[in-house]
Write a protein that binds this ligand. Structure first.
Ligand SMILES: Cc1cc2nc3c(=O)[nH]c(=O)nc-3n(C[C@H](O)[C@H](O)[C@H](O)COP(=O)(O)OP(=O)(O)OC[C@H]3O[C@@H](n4cnc5c(N)ncnc54)[C@H](O)[C@@H]3O)c2cc1C
Ligand SMILES: *[C@@H]1O[C@H](CO)[C@@H](O)[C@H](O)[C@H]1NC(C)=O
Ligand SMILES: *[C@@H]1O[C@H](CO)[C@@H](O)[C@H](O)[C@H]1NC(C)=O
Ligand SMILES: *[C@@H]1O[C@H](CO)[C@@H](O)[C@H](O)[C@H]1NC(C)=O
Ligand SMILES: *[C@@H]1O[C@H](CO)[C@@H](O)[C@H](O)[C@H]1NC(C)=O
Ligand SMILES: *[C@@H]1O[C@H](CO)[C@@H](O)[C@H](O)[C@H]1NC(C)=O
Ligand SMILES: *[C@@H]1O[C@H](CO)[C@@H](O)[C@H](O)[C@H]1NC(C)=O
Ligand SMILES: *[C@@H]1O[C@H](CO)[C@@H](O)[C@H](O)[C@H]1NC(C)=O
Ligand SMILES: *[C@@H]1O[C@H](CO)[C@@H](O)[C@H](O)[C@H]1NC(C)=O
Ligand SMILES: *[C@@H]1O[C@H](CO)[C@@H](O)[C@H](O)[C@H]1NC(C)=O
Length: 552
């Protein structure tokens, strides 16, 4: 007799521990080794039904190791382009540890996804859905699961008039849920267009990006990714392919635009608004800061100027880098659409003048100003990952920047003193993002009143022990995120679900705000049996953290 699966013991414990639970509500997905896990011949038959596109999945380290010598060197290991083609790979390798799917469907057609969903449903399997493996919360991989891999759904079509319910919504593109951002910046450039997408090579706009909200350097002018999604094609839990837009399945349309990645079904394609392309000026400055006190003062001066760039439609990435006794660095990279370099310089001047006037222990390491097409600025040929990395974040309200700038400077100093390697700031909210408050999608309303999205990071080498890794994760949740919360001066602060701490204790409020009850009821309608469960996603509170046992 095989040993009693630990999940079963877990369920029994729950059953005895909580007498109010309905026994029939407790069940676990079948994992390899479980008596009801499909046999090899059942998998073979399934494989044949998906045109032989079933793959065995291994962690990226094993995948690399098994390649002929020289075909997986250090550069390749770190390349997100290289990792994107490996079914078991995540860009942040910490998510792979003990946590990879067994099989993947390498889908090229809708039917492959439909058959995968039906097979998982029939055999009570855990499903994982992945486009690129970028996810900072590890939601696109799951131990013992069947992975529905959309990387090879690569269709792109453009139209000048996308019509929904008889209404012409103008210029748009329909893109497969495998098409990476860099491909789309090039494809749109070819036709004189631009779109709201991520600032990275391989993240997939029609994948997790748009479902989470999606910010861009040009969001201040053009809104969020989710604000610019016009339609989706999605395979839902019962295997049906649905068209989802403002008039058809409009409740699901609401949810797919900000209601959280991976909770609704398998997106096949998304139709995204396109805009006439434009040139932009990037003003990029890097400061060396030799004391922690000066980092605080510089952060506070920056906070006092945070609204300088929103009225001209500019978006800004700003970061603090910890350098120990060598000092810290701050970068401020601002993207001005449709402006001249002289105008961009003039817009930066009040901030830079104040930095000089404060006479801090700060020097300018680098200052460059350049002009390019917006597409070229957003295009990235590749990114370097293949590391252990977690994040914690908060949306910092406009109100905090009006009334609480000292606390913002103080918070940056506290994070640097704790040795946080990078603090990543996004000053690209406000403007169109605030105006889009009435758009009627599931984007957490906290986005509409925020000015920045601030991230604290933690990384560690593979040599750190499991207990050491756990301590780093605990510090993120219980020490670093609370510092960000203090900066918001709110008791119900919000965070961007795609770039956040997966262990957020009240993720329902933090990620989804007042939309949570509505999202939960949409989830129950389209996915009543919880086939699409991701950690910290809608409905995940009814499951254990592995998404394997239903506990409610
Ligand atoms: C280097 C880097 C830069 C980034 N830059 C930005 C940025 O500029 N702006 C921004 O807003 N975000 C940015 N992000 C965050 C990014 O939006 C998220 O990582 C997002 O989840 C990526 O989506 P993906 O589908 O490519 O990733 P994956 O890891 O493949 O999937 C992420 C989530 O989406 C789900 N999902 C994927 N495909 C599908 C599908 N076809 N149907 C249903 N669910 C699916 C997965 O289940 C998972 O829950 C960045 C991330 C990285 C690593
Ligand atoms: C699925 O079938 C193809 C084609 O017959 C085969 O190459 C592949 O190894 C099979 N996959 C698995 C997981 O057995
Ligand atoms: C997945 O399918 C695509 C398209 O057929 C193919 O090019 C690719 O090599 C396959 N990937 C793997 C890992 O087998
Ligand atoms: C890709 O486009 C082709 C041609 O329009 C279409 O036949 C096919 O169904 C599309 N594939 C997917 C996965 O949407
Ligand atoms: C900032 O504080 C940390 C923690 O005390 C310290 O390790 C670091 O050296 C300080 N940085 C500078 C530039 O003094
Ligand atoms: C840039 O200018 C053009 C022409 O005036 C305008 O149509 C477009 O909306 C502007 N784009 C942005 C992002 O401001
Ligand atoms: C803008 O500022 C940069 C850096 O100071 C300078 O090199 C450049 O000449 C300025 N450009 C214009 C048009 O003023
Ligand atoms: C700059 O550094 C010097 C030497 O460490 C220190 O005495 C001075 O107070 C610092 N000034 C500011 C504004 O932090
Ligand atoms: C926080 O907000 C409260 C109420 O909105 C305000 O009175 C208070 O001054 C703020 N706290 C700080 C530290 O600014
Ligand atoms: C699948 O679910 C959708 C949405 O609830 C429903 O409209 C449709 O009838 C269902 N299809 C089948 C075959 O059950």
């Amino acid at each position: 007799m095989p040993p009693l699966p630990s999940r079963l013991i877990f369920s029994l414990l729950l059953l005895f521990g909580h007498s109010s639970l309905v026994a029939s509500g407790l069940f676990c997905r079948n994992l390899p080794g479980d008596p009801n896990f499909p046999s090899l011949s059942t998998w073979d038959a399934f494989n044949a039904s998906v045109d032989g596109r079933l793959l065995s999945v291994v962690p990226s380290a094993k995948f690399c190791h098994e390649l002929p010598a020289g075909q997986c060197n250090e550069d390749m290991w770190e390349s997100t382009e290289f990792r994107a083609d490996i079914p078991g790979a995540m860009d942040n390798t910490n998510w792979e540890q003990g946590n990879v799917p067994v099989y993947a469907v390498n889908a090229t057609e809708v039917s492959h996804i439909q058959l995968g969903v039906k097979f998982a449903s029939e055999h009570n399997l855990r499903i994982a859905v992945k486009a690129s493996g970028h996810d900072f919360l590890g939601r696109s991989t799951a131990k013992g699961s069947l992975l529905l891999w959309t990387h090879h759904l690569q269709n792109i079509t453009f139209t000048d008039s996308f019509v929904v319910g008889g209404k012409n919504l103008g210029s748009a593109m329909t893109v497969g849920s495998g098409v990476p951002a860099n491909t789309l910046y090039e494809a749109t450039k070819q036709v004189g267009k631009f779109f709201v997408g991520p600032n990275t090579a391989t993240a997939v706009p029609a994948g997790g990006y748009v479902q989470g909200a999606g910010h861009s350097a040009f969001s201040t002018s053009l809104g969020l990714g989710a604000d610019n999604a016009l339609e989706f094609e999605i395979v839902i839990a019962n295997g049906t392919l649905l068209k989802v837009n403002e008039v058809e399945n409009s409740d699901l349309f609401f949810a797919l635009r900000g209601g959280g990645a991976g909770s609704w079904g398998v997106v096949i394609s998304a139709t995204l608004q396109t805009f006439p392309t434009f040139t932009a000026v990037n003003h990029n400055i890097e400061f060396l800061i030799t004391t922690n006190e000066s980092a605080q003062a510089l952060a506070e001066i920056h906070a006092r100027h945070i609204f300088d760039w929103t009225p001209v439609g500019a978006g800004q990435y700003f970061s603090f880098f910890f350098g120990g006794s060598l000092g810290n660095a701050m970068t401020v990279s601002t993207f001005f659409p449709n402006m001249t370099e002289a105008q961009a310089n003039a817009s930066m001047k009040p901030f830079l003048d104040d930095v000089v006037a404060a006479n801090l222990n700060v020097s300018v390491l680098e200052l460059d100003v350049s002009t390019m097409s917006a597409n070229d600025f957003m295009f990235s040929a590749d990114d370097q990952f293949g590391i252990n990395d977690i994040l914690g974040s908060r949306l910092i309200p406009m109100e905090a920047y009006r009334t609480n700038v000292e606390a913002i400077g103080q918070g940056i100093k506290e994070l640097l003193e704790l040795g946080v390697p990078e603090i990543l700031g996004h000053n690209l909210i406000g403007g169109k993002v605030a105006e889009n408050a009435d758009i009627g999608n599931a984007v957490n309303p906290k986005w509409r009143t925020a000015q920045t999205h601030l991230i604290a990071t933690a990384t560690w080498p593979d040599s750190v022990s499991p207990a050491g890794v756990e301590a780093i994760k605990q510090q993120m949740t219980h020490q670093l995120v609370p510092i960000l919360v203090k900066m918001t001066n709110e008791t119900d602060s919000g965070a961007y679900s795609n770039e956040a701490d997966v262990r957020e204790p009240d993720f329902q409020t933090t990620f989804f705000g007042i939309n949570y009850p509505k999202l939960k009821s949409i989830k129950e309608k389209y996915d009543p049996n919880g086939l699409f469960i991701v950690q910290a996603g809608v409905g995940s509170e009814d499951w254990d953290t592995a998404g394997v046992c239903h506990i409610n």
